[in-house]
Design a protein around this ligand. Structure first.
Ligand code: MF3
Ligand code: CO
Length: 261
């Protein structure tokens, strides 16, 4: 069942997403060689709680943290740890959710740590472009497959592969609502998009082959070939002509400056 949101509900979702975006600004300030992913998790957790939000990944199906922090070949759902020390040249995908006033926010961003190889920066750039190309299709009257196709087409043209095991989703009073938003698919397929649908669009793009392996912790998905993967996510509301982007990377951009790709 797909729930259309009222304008008031969309404004509440914008507020939860703004809080998540601000938390990511704090995380961005801390990311550097020598920092652990557990430290990033604590920063996000405390910031969200201090501002009246609920870190809604924490406890979700038993998930043990506020953030997912996936390093290099880890595609998604990496668990923050004091044993994972970021080093120069790494990339770390930070993904998390906030619940505020009854509505969830969901957004993800892949950060560079120190000096990252040009080929990896390119993967990040193309993945972010995939996200915005998907969002361009999130307009009234288009179909779900138009979003999926736009993402897959851009990624594969660049020589990358699309992770298929994990997908975007509707979002609202629940973190995961219908519909599923695949990052691969055919133009013109799937349900017709309606104004007021709220979607978390989240391409996970892999430099190598698309096969993933689950690590022993039961959460972390990594590239079988151990090549890097990137992940960007924004929650949006479908509207006529142009999607309304509810999440924000603005606070990240303010911190990264010219390192913001
Ligand atoms: N933010 C994730 C998503 O995009 C949710 C991660 S699952 C959790 O759907 F268990 F970590 F919460
Ligand atoms: Co999501």
């Amino acid at each position: 069942m797909v729930f259309l949101k009222t304008d008031e509900e969309v404004e509440l979702m914008r507020q939860s997403n703004q809080l998540l975006g601000m938390a990511y600004g704090e995380v961005a300030k801390a990311i550097a060689p020598g920092v652990t992913t557990a430290q990033l998790d604590k920063i996000a957790h405390d910031f969200i709680c201090d501002h009246g939000g609920i870190p809604s990944c924490l406890g979700y199906e038993g998930y043990p943290a506020t953030l997912c922090t996936s390093v290099n070949e880890q595609v998604v759902h990496g668990i923050p740890s004091k044993d994972v020390v970021l080093k120069d040249g790494d990339i770390v995908s930070v993904d998390g959710c906030v619940q505020l006033h009854g509505f969830h926010a969901d957004s993800a961003y892949t950060f560079p740590v120190g000096e990252v190889k040009p080929e990896v920066l390119q993967l990040m750039k193309i993945t972010k472009q995939c996200l915005y190309l998907g969002i361009e299709q999130a307009i009234t009257g288009r179909r779900l497959g138009d979003i999926s196709f736009a993402i897959q087409n851009h990624a594969e043209k660049a020589g990358y592969s699309v992770c298929r095991e994990f997908v975007g989703h509707g979002i609202g009073r629940d973190m995961h609502e219908d519909p599923e938003v695949c990052n691969y698919g055919r133009r013109g397929n799937g349900i017709v998009l309606k104004s007021g649908m709220t979607l978390a669009i989240e391409p996970m793009i892999m430099m190598g082959r698309r096969n993933v392996i689950m690590e022993d912790d039961g959460w972390t998905a990594r590239a079988a070939d151990r090549k890097p993967a990137a992940h960007y996510e924004l929650s949006v509301c479908v509207r006529d002509g142009k999607a309304d982007i509810l999440s924000t990377f603005d606070y990240i951009q303010a911190v990264l400056g010219d390192r913001f790709i």
